[in-house]
Design a protein around this ligand. Structure first.
Ligand code: ADP
Ligand code: MG
Length: 323
């Protein structure tokens, strides 16, 4: 039983950054407007996430660590109509089976907070405690019981970089939420939560880039595409700065990369790349997000249509920019 949990954990939780990603998605699903992240030693010693979301009911709090416990899917149809970030009910189970976890939460309809400690998948204690609002989860000593996985991790500074990248990528998709992140006590990320993507881009990539953002958008049938690019001639990017989001989930996509490459192929000057923030809104049944457990890849039902719409959206703005 425990072994299968640990194996399953490996699929979802590969490193501190993947753990952090799952925690942030849970905070978003809980409707948080403020998310505060603290990591120590690249997340290998500690990953702490606080959110001011709706909280977890004390009756449910120890069960959220069980496999396939999710409050987000109620029926089989829901699987094809996924609107929340999480839906498998695997993350907390996976995390708690390979780390030492403390979860404190106050459900918005409850008077008191509740705290549980879980280690290696086992609930060690549960008690009521004062807590203002939301949820705090502290994940310590990740992979303490799976030395093989621990060995596979990179240096703390590299793991820290991965963690902060996760916060940045998610923050870009959620401009309404104020994200704060500190690493080893030092403030690294702060987004204001003023619901402006430009503010988030400015706070993460610097105000300079905001001045050069060119907007694009196009809506066609069921597909909505919008975002910003920085022209290769203005971007100082020496590698491709492509940021792709599908229904607010950041993804990697060869299809979208090749599409953007194609748009800019004539305006790329040697060694310079465009920076692109691309957001795609598409009905959940037009995509499959179950390709990979980390949900990093998306399969589009009609790839050609998606490609063409994105191409036209960006190429249209590029053309009018040049005029
Ligand atoms: P999933 O997100 O796929 O449902 P998880 O294992 O990530 O599965 O979380 C299990 C459940 O725990 C969630 O469905 C949710 O009900 C609850 N939960 C986890 N984190 C939070 C949070 N920060 N705020 C409120 N509820 C949470
Ligand atoms: Mg989740």
């Amino acid at each position: 039983e425990n072994i299968t949990h640990i194996l399953a954990a490996g699929e979802v939780i590969e490193r501190p950054a993947s753990c952090l990603k799952e925690l942030l998605e849970n905070s978003i699903d809980a409707g948080a407007t403020l998310i505060d992240v603290k990591i120590e030693k690249g997340g290998m010693k500690k990953i702490e996430v606080y959110d001011n979301g709706k909280g977890i009911h004390p009756d449910d709090i120890e069960y959220v660590f069980e496999r396939h416990t999710t409050s987000k899917i109620k029926s089989f149809e829901d699987i094809f109509n996924i609107k929340t970030m999480g839906f498998r009910g695997e993350a907390l189970c996976a995390i708690s089976s390979v780390a030492k976890v403390i979860l404190i939460s106050k459900h918005l309809e409850e008077e008191q907070g509740c705290m549980v400690k879980v280690e290696g998948g086992k609930v060690l204690s549960k008690s009521f405690c004062p807590f203002k609002e939301g949820t705090r989860i502290v994940v310590e000593d990740i992979f303490y019981n799976t030395p093989a996985r621990l060995k596979f991790l990179k240096s703390p500074s590299t793991e820290q970089k991965y963690c902060l990248e996760v916060v940045e990528k998610i923050a870009i998709a959620w401009p309404k939420i104020s994200f704060r992140a500190e690493a080893d006590g030092k403030r690294q990320i702060f987004t204001p939560g003023d619901n402006k993507i430009e503010s988030v881009i400015g706070s993460i990539f610097g105000i300079e880039i905001v001045k050069n953002l060119v907007e694009f958008s196009l809506e066609k049938e069921y597909l909505k595409v919008w975002g910003y690019f920085v022209n290769p001639t203005l971007s100082r990017a020496t590698r491709s700065g492509y940021h792709f989001y599908v229904n607010r989930r950041y993804i990697k996509s060869k299809l979208l990369s090749s599409c953007v490459d194609e748009v800019f192929k004539n305006s790329v000057i040697t060694g310079r790349f465009p920076i692109v923030f691309l957001f795609v809104q598409i009905p959940p049944y037009e995509i499959d997000v179950n390709v990979h457990p980390s949900k990093l890849e998306v399969k589009f039902r009609d790839e050609r249509f998606v490609y063409n719409t994105i191409y036209n959206a960006i190429a249209g703005s590029l053309k009018s920019e040049k005029l």
